[in-house]
Design a protein around this ligand. Structure first.
Ligand code: NDP
Length: 284
């Protein structure tokens, strides 16, 4: 049974787990900067509680964000899904329009904006290597195809998942290929040719995790974007080898800013959100 945290908390993030989420700090900074009285909270929602939460949200919330493991499961429970979210099989933002729940995905926009901010990279005609084929890769790889990347190489520990993702995305201008993370010479060649390597696996989330591919295979990378927010082996390797590198903060920031804009119709104060995000993450 879900109840409102208080009468102003009309937005929230849901996940399982969710305690670690810094989205409330970041979103509340945006609401405050826009002089809005609404607040943004968090709900721990287990997979079997998702239908119940959706009905609670329909009656009580103006919108919510979803994180692991709900992004794909939400699609079947909402009234309308944006075409891009449907294609990415991922919803991270739900907007309540008079009791009708509309699902969208802002992760691809967040990554695209963060890549431009970090490396001035424009996706059109670029060559991209993506490490990982899980939820985060699926939610964002679609953006590369939509924005007409020249080439996308998906590298994953379980090769069949990289193949399935490449197959799902096929049919547009982007040249797609799939590799296992042990196909060393092919990975090395794809990395050397790429404008950016995106680290979208969860390897590195816990201290002491082995990297998702042998680090030496990344030595000729032109830039590395790691979706993880804290320092990982991949980020340390990039810095030690003078490879331009960014962590996942920019992506988190910009997906959140776009969610705020979808809910309120206002321009998000990205500076205030970034400051709150950095503070929340640095205090962890
Ligand atoms: P999933 O569990 O859906 O997928 C995990 C992926 O990591 C799979 O491709 C998996 O490979 C791979 N993987 C896991 N462990 C290893 C390992 N030891 N070696 C090699 N590959 C491994 O997770 P998500 O896709 O949801 O999340 C991935 C990462 O992205 C997380 O770190 C998350 O924090 C981050 N993220 C960041 C966001 C941001 O805004 N910056 C937004 C969303 C996610 P396999 O298929 O073989 O199991």
């Amino acid at each position: 049974m879900f109840t409102l945290e208080n009468s102003n908390t009309l937005y929230a993030v849901i996940g399982d787990p969710v305690a670690h989420s810094v989205s409330p700090a970041m979103q509340n900074a945006a609401f405050t900067a826009a002089n809005l009285s609404e607040r943004y909270g968090k709900y721990h929602v287990k997979p079997d509680e998702l239908p119940e939460f959706v009905e609670f949200a329909r009656k009580n919330l103006k919108g919510f964000n979803a994180t692991v493991p709900h992004k794909a499961a939400l699609i079947a429970l909402l009234d309308e899904i944006a075409p891009a979210a449907l294609a990415a099989n991922s919803v991270n933002t739900v907007i309540n329009r008079n009791g009708k729940l509309y699902g969208d995905s802002t992760d691809g926009y967040g990554l695209e904006t963060a890549l431009f901010e970090a490396f001035k990279l424009k996706i059109a005609n670029s060559k991209i290597v993506m490490l990982g084929a899980g939820g985060a890769a699926q939610a964002t790889a679609f953006e590369f195809v939509e924005r007409k990347a020249a080439r996308l190489t998906i590298v994953n520990r379980t090769r069949s998942k990289a193949e399935a993702l490449a197959e799902h995305l096929a049919g547009k201008a982007t040249l797609l290929s799939a590799l296992g993370n042990d196909e060393k010479s092919l990975i090395e060649a794809a990395v050397a040719e790429a404008d950016v390597v995106i680290q979208a696996t969860s390897a590195g989330l816990r201290a002491g995790d082995a990297p998702p591919v042998e680090l030496e295979l990344l030595k000729n990378a032109k830039a590395i974007f790691d979706m993880i927010y804290h320092p990982t082996e991949v980020q340390l390797f990039a810095r030690a080898n003078d490879i331009p590198c960014a962590d996942g903060r920019g992506m988190l920031l910009h997906q959140g800013a776009r969610s705020f804009e979808l809910w309120t119709g206002l321009t998000a104060d990205v500076k205030a959100m970034r400051q709150a995000l950095d503070q929340a993450l640095d205090n962890k």
